[in-house]
Design a protein around this ligand. Structure first.
Ligand code: ADP
Ligand code: ZN
Length: 728
């Protein structure tokens, strides 16, 4: 029995004589004094005298967990060195979904005729009248909802029910699940789109083809921005639904993908289910149950959707597969893209990785023949790829405290004149990344983290982007107490907007960043205004780079193209290329041709050169060679160990102990221990070690052995991150 708790492994329980359970069944069992719910994981191999083990309490009345998911839980736990129960908990993330779905009581108006309402025995107050006014005849509402919409307390509702003014009815708890209409025709595909679509449909066909031993395949859908990758994989989705199997689409930033959802609805007649952090608990439990029962045919979600209990998954699509948000580096450190490939293999079904800028890992897998690849080399219709130019910032005459170079400004003026739209990209939220005292040099820092406080002028605060700490802007320097010496250093999007307002007083501009859009509706409204050309200049961070299609957007200006290159991160160059390519891809997606200007102090950098000359594959090959030469992933293996705790001495002691017992043998190198660049995070001190190993070494065995030798004080946490993406 596996329980969704951080325990070393499955626990043994007896099956009562009058109960019959199978592997995968959800059951409730006693644990100490508690009653917990878990999954039957297999037959016990132990011989424990029957008296010692407890009995299963009950078999839950819900369908079992599918085999591919159970295997995925074990696989992920082993790969990430996590407790299987901690991974299972990601799968059983909605505990209330295991309870029977209780129907709720709603209310309808009880009396029809106005005579009855005029009955003098029933007292009609203004509040009661408001309640009746808020209720439609055939749409029952639960007490809390009704009270809220009428602006009364729930006791008014209760008293009205007692007086016979409202009649209680049962509201069934269920999701409206409509079948996507897969028979509906999509758009007419271009020859290269049609070829890619039919190749994917063929792979889906193996799901039902009895002659094939496995339906598993990994396909990279490699198409330039605007080539119609979505339309192509929609065809694969249609045939998976036709085959009676479920589809999971993983998207980065699910809360912001309004255009995607609308395209799906236009193609299939219904919206897909959505899984993201903004859902209420009751929405979550209904969706969780729906995936378990195979009634949910298509679900889109962020990375955590991978662990939903789909009962008959038949296709996974990972859109923007290169995106870093698929990696979780807290708790169970897993990469949802890689684990999605594992789930497809375990479930013997196809997976599609879609992107215009493949990750280096995927690129190498295609070259080695492990993944297949389908290419869409052109933009759809008459659209062409934008022309990308670097502005050499070393020779641009920049005015002090300004960030828009004259060359970019000229291009912007020309676009505004032609009534076209502009996107200004700067991957930095807020007003300024650093606030400094001009007199004493003091820098405003987070009290809980090794990080500067970022000024957000619109919200009138300074905040930490790591822990969320925020404070009001101080009047005087906290160090030397001199008034008016605090100075904003460097630009964020808010400051850039200030410059835009100054230079282009007639232009309508808006900011698009994760903190300026409070909810999906605000994001949707902003996208609409952009689509309707109510915005001339859109200023934003990377949330703006993803997938949007604005036909009149013809100029993209990247204000600081070098921003991501510093820091010496393993993937800095790769990530910068992907991000800037993605942003550039927003320009000229319809008839009007697009232009992209990159402001850079390093126009000679291979990343800038590859962007300007459009030589993606040469760039990736050179990166791959570089990594291979240094034995870095995907050619070598990396695992990070992060030691953290609130007591510095204890953390250092544990880190040193790990350093002393580090494996020393051919092909294994351990760097550290050293204080992490982010040496304090949320009040916890942090040390890092990095294990680097040859590809053919089993790092997990090494790590397990290594960690088992070190005892650490309580309060010190050791986190293992296999294939780390973050080195902070
Ligand atoms: P990508 O995901 O590759 O960037 P999209 O799938 O978003 O490209 O397609 C870009 C635009 O072109 C979208 O507006 C899409 O609806 C349109 N489009 C692509 N292929 C077709 C087609 N065959 N017929 C009509 N419109 C298409
Ligand atoms: Zn902080």
């Amino acid at each position: 029995m596996l329980l969704p708790l951080p325990l070393a492994g499955p626990y043994d329980y007896l099956v009562p004589a009058d109960m019959s359970v199978s592997v995968g069944d959800f059951v409730s069992v006693p644990l100490g004094k508690r009653d917990v719910k878990g999954v039957v994981w297999g037959n016990s191999s132990y011989k424990v005298s029957d008296k010692k083990i407890k009995k299963i309490n009950a078999l839950l009345d819900i369908p079992p967990m599918a085999e591919d998911l159970r295997k995925l839980v074990d696989w992920t736990a082993s790969y990430t060195l996590s407790q299987p129960g901690s991974v299972l908990r990601m799968s059983m993330s909605v505990p209330s979904a295991l309870e029977p779905l209780k129907n709720r009581t709603g209310y309808l108006p009880a009396l029809d005729s106005s005579e009855e309402k005029g009955d003098s025995r029933i007292k009609m107050t203004k509040a009661r009248q408001r309640v009746l006014d808020s209720l439609a005849k055939d749409q029952p509402m639960v007490a809390a909802e009704l009270a809220k919409s009428a602006g009364v307390s729930t006791s008014v509702i209760r008293s009205m029910a007692n007086a016979g003014l409202l009649k209680p009815v049962t509201i069934e708890q269920k999701l409206k699940l409509e079948m996507p209409d897969w028979e509906q025709q999509g758009p007419v595909l271009s020859p290269s789109q049609a070829a890619a679509a039919s190749a994917l449909v063929k792979k889906v066909g193996k799901l039902v083809d009895e002659g094939s031993d496995t339906g598993f395949s990994v396909t990279l859908l490699d198409g330039v921005t605007g080539s119609g990758k979505t339309e192509v994989y929609f065809e694969a989705i249609a045939s998976t639904i036709a085959a009676g199997r479920q589809v999971l689409v993983l998207l980065p930033e699910i809360a912001l993908t309004t255009q995607w959802l609308e395209r799906f609805a236009a193609r299939f007649g219904v919206y897909p289910l959505k899984w993201h952090s903004g859902l209420t608990v009751s929405e979550r439990r209904l969706i969780w149950r729906a995936t378990l029962s195979d009634k949910a045919s298509v679900l889109v979600g962020a990375r955590s959707a991978l662990f939903l209990p789909f009962s008959s998954l038949g296709l996974i699509v990972v859109d923007e597969e290169h995106d870093g948000s698929f990696k979780q580096d807290d708790g169970v450190c897993y990469n949802a893209r890689d684990m999605a490939v594992v789930r497809a293999r375990l479930g013997s079904f196809p997976i599609v990785l879609s992107t215009a800028t493949p990750s280096l890992e995927t690129f190498v897998n295609v070259q080695a023949g492990r993944y297949q690849s389908l290419t869409l080399p052109e933009r759809h219709g008459s659209a062409s790829l934008p022309e990308i130019t670097a502005i050499d910032m070393r020779i641009e005459p920049m005015a002090p405290q300004s960030w828009i170079a004259p060359t970019l400004q000229d291009a912007m003026l020309a676009s505004l004149k032609a009534s076209e739209q502009i996107m200004l990209f700067l991957n930095r939220r807020g007003y300024a990344p650093l606030t400094l005292c001009r007199k004493c040099g003091y820098r405003l820092q987070c009290p809980n983290c090794t990080a500067w406080l970022v000024e957000h002028r619109l919200k009138r605060n300074l905040s930490c982007h790591h822990c969320g700490y925020s404070m009001e802007p101080p009047e005087v320097c906290p160090e030397c107490a001199t008034p008016e010496t605090l100075t904003a250093c460097g630009p964020g999007v808010e400051r850039l907007a200030e410059e835009v307002a100054e230079r282009f007083p007639q232009a309508r501009f808006e900011i698009m960043a994760s903190d300026t859009m409070q909810n999906p509706n605000a994001a949707l409204a902003l996208v609409r205004r952009m689509q309707n050309r109510e915005i001339d200049i859109l200023i934003g961070t990377q949330v703006m780079a993803k997938g949007y299609h604005f036909p009149y957007l013809t100029l993209v200006g990247v204000v600081d193209a070098d921003l991501g290159l510093s820091g010496g991160d393993l993937r800095a160059a790769e990530r910068t290329f992907q991000l800037l390519h993605q942003v550039a891809g927003r320009a000229g997606r319809a008839e009007r041709p697009g232009r992209v200007l990159l402001q850079s102090y390093r126009p000679y950098d291979p990343v800038m050169k590859a962007l300007v000359s459009g030589t993606r594959d040469q760039f990736l090959s050179a990166e791959a060679e570089e990594r291979e030469r240094h034995g870095m992933p995907p050619f070598g293996r990396l695992a990070a160990i992060i030691v953290s705790g609130s007591d510095y001495q204890e953390v250092e002691k544990a880190a040193r102990a790990l350093g002393r017992t580090a494996p020393s043998e051919n092909g294994v190198f351990v760097l550290g221990p050293a204080p992490a660049p982010l040496s304090i995070l949320r009040g916890r001190h942090r040390y890092r070690l990095l294990l680097k190993a040859h590809r053919n070494i089993n790092v997990r065995t090494k790590l397990r052995h290594w960690l088992s030798q070190v005892r650490v004080d309580r309060g010190v946490r050791i986190q293992v991150d296999v294939d780390p993406y973050s080195f902070l």
